[in-house]
Design a protein around this ligand. Structure first.
Ligand code: GDG
Length: 759
């Protein structure tokens, strides 16, 4: 994999996790050595730190043992000692018998045991103390997972020079569930000690932001949480956002291409008696993984004769996990009992329907299993991400094989071409297993090829780079503020703003006008383009700058979008007190009514034209994967951002234009969207209407073809700024939404004196 972006400043990295990424093994000849340990966290982080090198602080795996720091490949490892009692309270207790079940939707009942909390505090403090002592000045400290949620807060108190990041590998519980936790305030405050908090899914980040507002004295503004100032510290911003983790796709692909591994895959099938279908499950033996559910479904298929003797084998790799925790002991005996029952009842002398392997295997053996499997079953009842799902498709360059994937695994957000299942619905599981076992080759190929595209594009390098980019931004900002306090006795100095000098001077002039209108397009301008429009979010820095400007005298903020206002609001962008123009100017709120083309309801003729078009578009594109048809107040839009292939997207859009023109509509072109409106308006007319009402010069930012109407409507006192490439009528240009945020921050600073840092 590629390491972090070379453009990023090189800061020293310290990784902190409950377990060190290595296990100690003693060879038969008595030699002791360390080898990389299995598990999701290590699998994901290993390729990240392999290139970067780092200091890694963690527990080495045995209690009451003091081990000196040592080196392993590019890592410097600093072991933390835990006593038997601490291990029971902090790890087996609070981490695995409280947080784990609570954060996984109460699949098991969490115990809230106060002495465990005391151990959790002591051990988190020990980790924080070691990091505080070992971390180089100005380093980035990346803390992992639910066992160490207090470390960011503890660390910040003693080492304010560090930039602290936290990544939660498991889900963050829904609002009311988290509310059960007796120590909910302490946990939120501990996490808010970080500068950046990463989650697996959008939903996790949303739940956390809600909890931060309700259980700590914080205020969420989009994905930025503002922690109010205290006696010791000024107010701070914490980025809380989803960064879905992934796998080292390239290295798995090359392992899967290794002839020895391929030969082993063939051998595995032979050893299993060459069944027609091989189903595979790979999990830590954990009650969240839904192993019992999948066995039950498979057993019923055998019992009902849908799977015949000798026809299929289910291989279940269940690597040992948390073996001293009561719930895991119970699960182990239940699973083993069920496997025995199934094999006893349905097996024959030469055929065991379930092959259960309760141990760890080398990576090459796992890959051989993936290659041998016709179907991989991931039936987690709740899972942060689930890397097994991604690993399976990464290995299948033959584009064959079927992934059955639980809707409750984080991976389901991205891997929509899998056979998605609700593991609680045993009948549904049975149908999906059958469907997977009998899926025609062409459908397997279509699905697998789309899934592979996904894991190739969004691999672990992408995950680490985007996370570390956000953390480096936070670090830049800390440095900048630090410099400010040395030079200016604590005052904040302006952010380094990478905007063209001509725009900077235009902004200076503009900022001194008595009244101003700051108008921005949304997608591609305030918010980076997202693959699914519903996932687009305003950049925190842009939101902060707009909010600061909005609070200043004589400033009007306008959001001018092609989206309908409903869809704009659904992105969570702040809309109160702002002028809003949606559907390319057809909808307009926040200014007195006069020239708003959206004030009159649709005429009968307009609505029947629109209905006809909508019906035809739905009929033609309704089932087309990746195409989204958006109904708007006065029109309809056909989006193809999720169509995976550019050529296919172009064809579909061209077909939509044909259909529209047949119905008498002209299409408006956007990036991977064609829009048809029954009532004519555009962003230029919207801006004119706004100016007529507010009588002030305009600063307008836009990135799309449809924003050109707005640029053309600007006068000599206005400023038009085009985002990105392409021909334009705008006088100024910036490269990206990040640069728009920087320019807005600059304007906010000029107008109000408030400095909006990079985030
Ligand atoms: C947590 C979250 C999230 C398993 N057995 C063997 C083995 N493995 C490897 C798999 C895979 C990893 O372990 C398991 O990762 P998962 O993601 O499936 O699950 P968790 O361990 O629960 O991980 C999870 C993850 O963190 C990352 O953030 O996705 O939601 O619960 O890579 O292949 N590897 C080898 N031998 C085995 O026997 N070599």
């Amino acid at each position: 994999m590629t390491s972090t972006n070379p453009a990023e400043p090189q800061r020293q990295l310290v990784v902190v996790s409950n377990r060190l990424p290595v296990d100690r093994v003693t060879d038969p000849d008595g030699t002791v050595r360390w080898q990389t340990s299995p598990g999701g966290l290590v699998t994901a982080m290993e390729p990240v730190v392999r290139d970067l090198g780092c200091l890694w602080v963690g527990w080495p795996g045995n209690v009451d043992e003091q081990i000196e720091p040592f080196e392993h490949e590019t890592l410097r490892l600093h072991p933390i000692t835990l006593s038997t009692e601490e291990h029971e309270g902090y790890y087996e207790g609070l981490s695995n018998s409280t947080f784990w079940p609570l954060y996984h939707d109460l699949i098991a009942t969490p115990d809230y045991h106060r002495p465990w909390w005391d151990h959790y505090l002591t051990v988190n403090q020990r980790f924080a103390d070691v990091v505080a002592e070992q971390a180089p000045e100005g380093a980035i400290v990346w803390v992992h997972d639910y066992q160490l949620q207090l470390v960011p807060g503890m660390l910040r108190e003693v080492r304010p020079d560090l930039t602290i990041a936290f990544f939660l590998h498991i889900p963050f519980p829904a609002r009311r569930l988290f509310g059960q936790l007796p120590w909910r305030r302490q946990i939120i405050e501990g996490l808010l000690g970080a500068d950046v908090i990463g989650f697996q899914r959008v939903q996790d980040a949303l739940s956390f932001r809600w909890a931060a507002e309700h259980y700590a004295d914080a205020h969420a503004n989009g994905n930025l949480i503002v922690v109010p100032e205290t006696a010791d510290e000024p107010a701070r911003a914490v980025l809380a956002q989803e960064f879905p983790i992934s796998i080292d796709t390239e290295s798995l692909e090359s392992l899967a291409a290794d002839p020895a591994v391929r030969a082993r895959a063939k051998e595995i099938r032979e050893e299993l008696g060459n069944p027609r279908k091989l189903l595979l499950g790979v999990d830590r033996l954990d009650y969240t993984k839904g192993i019992r559910h999948r066995l039950k479904a498979f057993a019923e298929l055998l019992g009902e004769g849908d799977v015949k003797a000798g026809e299929a084998v289910m291989v279940q790799v269940a690597s040992p996990s948390r073996e001293r925790v009561e719930a895991y002991k119970r699960l182990k005996s239940e699973v083993e009992g069920t496997v025995g029952q199934i094999n006893g009842q349905h097996g024959t002398i030469g055929w065991s329907p379930v092959v259960y392997l309760h141990r760890g295997f080398p990576r090459s053996e796992m890959v051989a299993l993936y290659l041998a499997a016709d179907v991989v079953v991931v039936t987690a009842l709740r899972d942060g991400m689930n890397l097994v799902a991604k690993e399976y498709v990464a290995c299948r360059d033959d584009e064959h094989g079927v992934l059955v994937l639980s809707e409750f695994a984080g991976a389901a957000d991205e891997m929509t071409d899998a056979l998605l299942v609700n593991p609680h619905d045993i009948d549904g599981l049975k149908s999906s297993f059958l469907r997977a076992m009998h899926m025609p080759a062409a459908e397997q190929q279509r699905r697998m090829s789309a899934l592979r595209h996904q894991v190739k594009e969004y691999d672990v390098a992408h995950w680490a780079n985007s996370f570390l980019r956000a953390v480096n931004h936070a670090a830049d900002e800390r440095e900048r503020l630090g410099r400010g306090s040395d030079e200016d006795g604590g005052s904040r100095i302006p952010a380094p703003v990478f905007i063209p000098t001509s725009l900077d001077s235009a902004l200076r002039r503009f900022a001194s006008e008595p009244n101003i209108i700051v108008a921005c397009d949304f997608d591609g301008t305030l918010a980076p383009i997202a693959r699914r429009p519903k996932d687009a979010r305003i950049l925190p820095r842009a939101e902060e700058a707009l909010s600061a400007l909005q609070g200043a005298d004589g400033v009007h903020i306008a959001l001018i979008s092609g989206r309908s206002l409903d869809s704009l609001r659904a992105t969570g962008v702040r809309t109160d007190g702002r002028v809003l123009s949606g559907s390319h100017g057809v909808e307009l709120t926040g200014v007195p009514a006069s020239s708003n083309p959206g004030n009159d309801p649709l005429s009968d003729e307009e609505s029947s034209m629109l209905r006809r078009l909508l019906r035809r578009l739905r009929r033609v594109f309704g089932d087309e994967p990746g195409v989204r048809i958006e109904e708007k107040a006065f029109g309809v839009a056909v989006h193809t951002r999720e169509v995976r292939n550019d050529q296919r997207s172009d064809e579909l859009l061209a077909a939509a234009v044909e259909l529209g023109s047949d119905e008498g509509f002209d299409a408006r072109n956007g990036k991977r969207v064609r829009e048809f409106t029954v009532r004519h308006s555009d962003k230029g007319r919207a801006l004119q209407a706004i100016r007529e009402q507010l009588a002030a010069p305009i600063l307008f930012f836009g990135d799309d073809v449809t924003d050109e109407d707005a640029f053309e409507a600007l006068g000599p006192d206005d400023i038009g700024v085009r985002v990105g490439d392409g021909e334009t009528a705008a006088a100024e240009r910036v490269p990206s939404p990040e640069a728009v945020a920087a320019a807005l921050a600059r304007l906010a600073e000029l107008r109000t004196g408030v400095v909006i840092g990079a985030s």
